[in-house]
Write a protein that binds this ligand. Structure first.
Ligand SMILES: NC(=O)c1ccc[n+]([C@@H]2O[C@H](COP(=O)([O-])OP(=O)(O)OC[C@H]3O[C@@H](n4cnc5c(N)ncnc54)[C@H](OP(=O)(O)O)[C@@H]3O)[C@@H](O)[C@H]2O)c1
Length: 499
């Protein structure tokens, strides 16, 4: 295969400058946890470094662990870069320890907020970030509401809710209804960090800012689409969370479905958050529901056994620390999805995601149909055109076309036109999303109705699996591409996974 590197053209159009929010502070619940130290603090600090936080910015960490402002700052400092800028950032960080179910904890928070609003001249604009395990979302929202911290009497009051948003269809409805007792939908930011990734945002530009793709973007020209989100890691230090959640809830109901909808929605009438989310809702509603009597033909679940990753032997899932030896939690899912609408009639979408896979890869492959009449003879390459959207690693896209190879008269090969983002140009997804929440842009966040219907789609599968327990759970070697049943899922249709 030849490679043609396409460089970024320097001329840029549109609003290339970031908007700096006028005012706002961030209060993180679960501030002693992994997400806060690994993702949120670095993302917020990067915004600070890029001068994109409001001048009135401050951050309050909330959790049960006993820290003072000073010891919390020391904890953050220990796992961060050591620079003058970071020391400056730390002066805006505070911490209150307490019990989430105790109303006095929220009264303390209210008092602290009022003092810090005055000190930093913040006009009562607050983001409450729920980075705790989901079991405490409901008590927190209730207590915030009772303390009148969700009222928007003077400034804004918004909540960012982490995944998993509920456990199934009914629990997501319950969580939504509890949130709506205290907040309007415009105050709720359900985060799906995949939507903050550059390549994922680029899907809309690629589709709707170019004329060449949209005419081909349908059942007439597209044979099928593959979406792969694979990682080499196992459960690491999140065994408790993962074992009670499983891969379908962790990846499919949210990230995979969001990627699928970005690829398949109809053109929205504008970039307005609700215009895009209306289209997503329509799209997810048109996904063919899984037939309860035939779930196995459309969705495969697997669990990793032992194997080799990066030359080292690794343990099977059910011998990992914190996992029960008889656990039947899935660490791999692949699925064939059909969309019953005019544009996508008959086009299969093959989705797969797993842990302990052969390589770390998040990619969407749009595989076009072969030409209707081939004049070059059977011995020549007859590969279809493929558009690859690389989410990670190597963020960017590639387009494969057939072209003449210099030399003999009839020599053809696949030419790969490749565009790669410069990694230093791509801010972390959490930076984009936290900044958007401070600005009040909900485009990249999931709306209540979209959340509900995505759970509705997968809840029958979850119920079927809970009923079957170990039955139809297929084991795969760590370091492979999943169980052979996943290969069969696509091979039965005469296609193969693109690895
Ligand atoms: N980590 C990630 O990469 C990641 C990625 C995507 C989404 N998320 C989601 O983000 C949220 C936080 O993730 P995390 O990995 O930071 O979780 P975590 O480390 O397990 O928990 C965060 C903090 O919550 C508190 N906590 C734990 N169990 C609690 C309980 N039963 N009741 C009250 N507080 C409890 C703990 O602080 P105290 O004991 O000090 O109170 C802990 O430090 C979760 O909903 C997770 O699903 C995480």
């Amino acid at each position: 295969m030849w490679m043609l590197q396409i460089n970024n053209v320097n001329d840029t159009y549109g609003k290339c400058e970031e908007i700096k929010p006028l005012s706002g502070s961030v209060i993180i619940f679960g501030a002693s946890g992994d997400l806060t130290s690994r993702k949120l603090i670095p993302a917020i600090f990067n915004l600070f470094r890029r001068n994109l936080l409001p001048d009135s910015f401050y951050l309050i960490g909330m959790a049960r662990s006993d820290f003072s402002d000073e010891t919390f700052r020391e904890k953050i400092y220990a796992s961060s870069e050591k620079s003058e800028k970071f020391s400056e950032f730390l002066k805006r960080i505070f911490y209150i320890s307490g019990d989430y179910s105790d109303q006095t904890y929220y009264l303390k928070l209210k008092k602290r907020i009022s003092e810090l609003d005055k000190k930093f001249k913040n006009n009562s604009n607050h983001i409450f970030y729920f980075a705790t395990p989901p079991v405490v979302y409901l008590p927190i929202i209730k207590m915030l509401g009772h303390a009148e911290l969700t009222d928007e009497k003077t400034g804004f009051s918004r909540v960012i809710v982490e995944k998993p948003f509920g456990y199934d269809y009914n629990s997501s409805l319950e969580l939504n209804s509890e949130l709506h007792k205290y907040l309007k939908e415009s105050q709720i930011y359900r985060i799906d960090h995949y939507l903050g990734k550059e390549t994922v945002q680029n899907i809309l530009m690629l589709r709707f800012a170019n004329t060449i793709f949209e005419p081909l973007w349908n059942y007439k020209y597209i044979d099928h689409v593959q979406i792969t989100v694979a990682e080499k890691l196992g459960v690491e230090n999140r065994a408790g969370y993962f074992d009670s959640t499983g891969l379908l809830r962790d990846m499919f109901q949210n990230h995979m479905l969001q990627l699928l909808s970005m690829i398949t929605i109809e053109p929205p009438y504008s970039l307005d958050a609700n215009a895009i989310r209306d289209e997503k809702k329509k799209l997810i509603n048109s996904i063919r529901p899984f037939d309860r009597n035939n779930i196995n033909s459309y969705i495969v679940r697997g669990q990793y056994s032992d194997g080799i990753i990066d030359g080292k032997s690794v343990l099977p899932y059910n011998r990992e620390t914190g996992i029960n030896s008889d656990s039947y939690t899935e660490t791999f899912v692949s699925s064939k999805i059909l969309i019953d609408n005019w544009r996508w009639s008959g086009v299969p979408f093959y989705l797969r995601s797993g842990k302990r896979m052969n390589k770390k890869l998040s990619r969407i492959a749009i595989v076009f149909k072969k030409v209707p009449h081939y004049i070059f003879g059977n011995e020549l390459n007859t590969e279809p055109n493929v558009l690859l959207l690389n989410i990670q690693p190597d963020e960017g896209f590639e387009f494969m076309v057939q072209a003449k190879q210099p030399g003999s008269k009839l020599c053809m090969n696949t030419l790969n036109m490749k565009f790669r983002y410069n990694p230093s140009d791509s801010p972390d997804a959490y930076e984009r999303l936290i900044l958007d929440s401070l600005i009040g842009d909900q485009t990249l966040f999931v709306r209540d109705d979209g959340m509900g219907i995505s759970w509705k789609l997968f809840t029958p599968v979850l119920e079927d699996w809970a009923h079957r327990k170990q039955n139809n759970l297929f084991y795969y070697s760590s370091g492979s591409w999943g169980p052979s049943e996943s290969e069969a899922l696509i091979k039965n249709d005469g296609r193969t996974w693109i690895n």
